[in-house]
Design a protein around this ligand. Structure first.
Ligand SMILES: *Cc1c(COP(=O)(O)O)cnc(C)c1O
Length: 427
């Protein structure tokens, strides 16, 4: 963790450790810190108690100006190296702590932190594209990512083609043009939860010399390691499961040894940065990510299984269900499922769906997800796809985020909701 601790604090750390020789150390001198299993990494990375008076969590540095004692120190080219404290926008030890922890847990080289997940998408794309280039973006990408691809990139002379999330590698190969530079994935797909064959598609990308990037928000850094699957860049809306409490927005981009420098340069050039208090909330969220995700999956599976048996439901879209079309790929590539899934209802008037949702007590209605609380929104993927043919407007759809509540209470809430739906539909 280069530069996390100023050298004077390191001396202090040694002093403290001498005074407490039996204390287990979790600081940079622990040669094992990057070899622990993921759950242990969540606990030990990005903090160094004995550099900070033994306090468990790292301090929050608030900074714009950073002072240098001499002209030589100010002008030293090394002063701006990654992990060095040079200017507030480029990060402080608070930033570096989260960067290190996320990159390690996700299996990448280094990470940058930006102010939102959308900013992470934008920064990652701009890092590898220039006027005249072409990008292949999955049709099931998060809608604001699609919008950036089709609108803003077009303004700068970059063409964006949306490809089928279930495309076969051979067909993807056919879409690659001489000016294609980036292959963009998001798996499972936004709202529709198709699982992409990430290793097979990334292999096509690699063969053609493309930079393959994936929006890994659904899985969080913990449940999918995109680098082991052949991706070059991983994007996260830290807003969702890393922060985990619906109280801060953050974006994370992790790169490999090869891809990171371009991401870092672009991040600096765009002037992106994230506030220290939000970064602190993400570091705090990280500590409980594993237990929260396991519970999100458990609750989601109970809800999804119950929903599958409802007469009002046509299909539940959740790769963790054994009969989901993406189940085999999910099982192969993911260590678990998060709590976000889709529901396709049988044809029913829109006012009946509204009657169901309007009266829910435990499910909040609103955008974003990944917090401790359950959420529900109606979705319309047929309006958000280059190829809308799989999604029919007469089949209303829902997106559910299973929170950490007792599933029995959530099911009772949904059950009462279906009673309202049926009444409003005149059944
Ligand atoms: C929410 C989300 C984003 C954007 O994150 P914000 O922090 O809301 O900007 C990007 N990708 C996916 C898959 C998301 O769910």
């Amino acid at each position: 963790m280069v530069g996390l601790i100023p050298s004077s604090s390191k001396d202090e750390a040694r002093f403290h450790c001498r005074r407490h020789p039996k204390r287990p150390m979790t600081d940079t001198s622990d040669p094992n810190r990057k070899n622990y299993r993921p759950d242990t990494k969540l606990s030990v990375l990005g903090r160094d108690p004995f550099a900070h008076h033994g306090i468990v969590n790292p301090p929050v540095y608030h900074a714009s100006t950073v002072l240098f004692p001499t002209v030589a120190a100010l002008k030293d080219p090394n002063a701006r190296a990654p992990g060095k404290v040079f200017y507030g926008r480029y990060g402080t030890p608070t930033t570096f702590a989260l960067e290190e922890a996320v990159a390690e847990i996700e299996g990448g080289h280094r990470a940058v932190i930006v102010g939102s997940g959308k900013a992470a998408v934008v920064c990652a794309l701009l890092a590898f594209l220039k006027a005249g280039d072409h990008v292949l973006m999955v049709d099931a990408a998060y809608q604001p990512s699609r919008h950036f691809g089709s609108q803003t990139l077009a303004r700068f002379g970059i063409e964006c083609t949306f490809y089928d999330p279930l495309i076969k590698p051979d067909a993807l190969q056919q879409l690659i043009k001489p000016n294609t530079r980036v292959l963009y994935l998001e798996s499972p797909g936004s709202l529709t939860f198709e699982v992409q064959d990430v290793p097979a598609l990334a292999k096509v990308g690699k063969g053609a010399g493309l930079t393959t990037m994936i929006d890994n928000t659904w899985a969080s850094p913990l449940l999918c390691n995109p680098f082991a699957l052949g991706c070059d860049v991983s994007i996260q809306a830290g807003t969702k499961y890393v922060v985990g409490h619906s109280d801060a927005m953050l974006g994370l981009i992790t790169g490999t040894m090869d891809s990171y420098p371009a991401v870092r340069r672009t991040f600096e050039d765009l002037g992106y940065s994230a506030g220290p208090d939000d970064i602190y909330l993400a570091l705090r969220g990280l500590r409980t990510l594993s237990v929260r995700l396991r519970r999100h999956q458990e609750v989601a599976l109970e809800l999804a299984t119950w929903l599958q048996r409802r007469p009002e439901v046509a299909r539940v879209l959740y790769p963790a269900l054994p009969d989901d079309p993406g189940h085999a790929l999910w099982k192969r590539d993911y260590k678990g499922a998060s709590g976000l899934f889709g529901v396709v209802l049988k044809p029913v008037p829109a006012k009946a769906v509204a009657a169901m949702l309007d009266g829910l007590k435990l499910f909040g209605m609103g955008y974003s997800w990944g917090g401790y609380e359950s959420l529900i929104v109606p979705t319309e993927p047929h309006l958000l796809r280059a190829d809308p043919s799989r999604w029919r407007p007469d089949h209303p759809m829902l997106r559910i985020h299973a929170g950490l509540e007792d599933p029995a209470d959530l099911i009772a809430d949904l059950d009462a909701g279906f009673a309202r739906l049926n009444r409003a539909a005149g059944r």
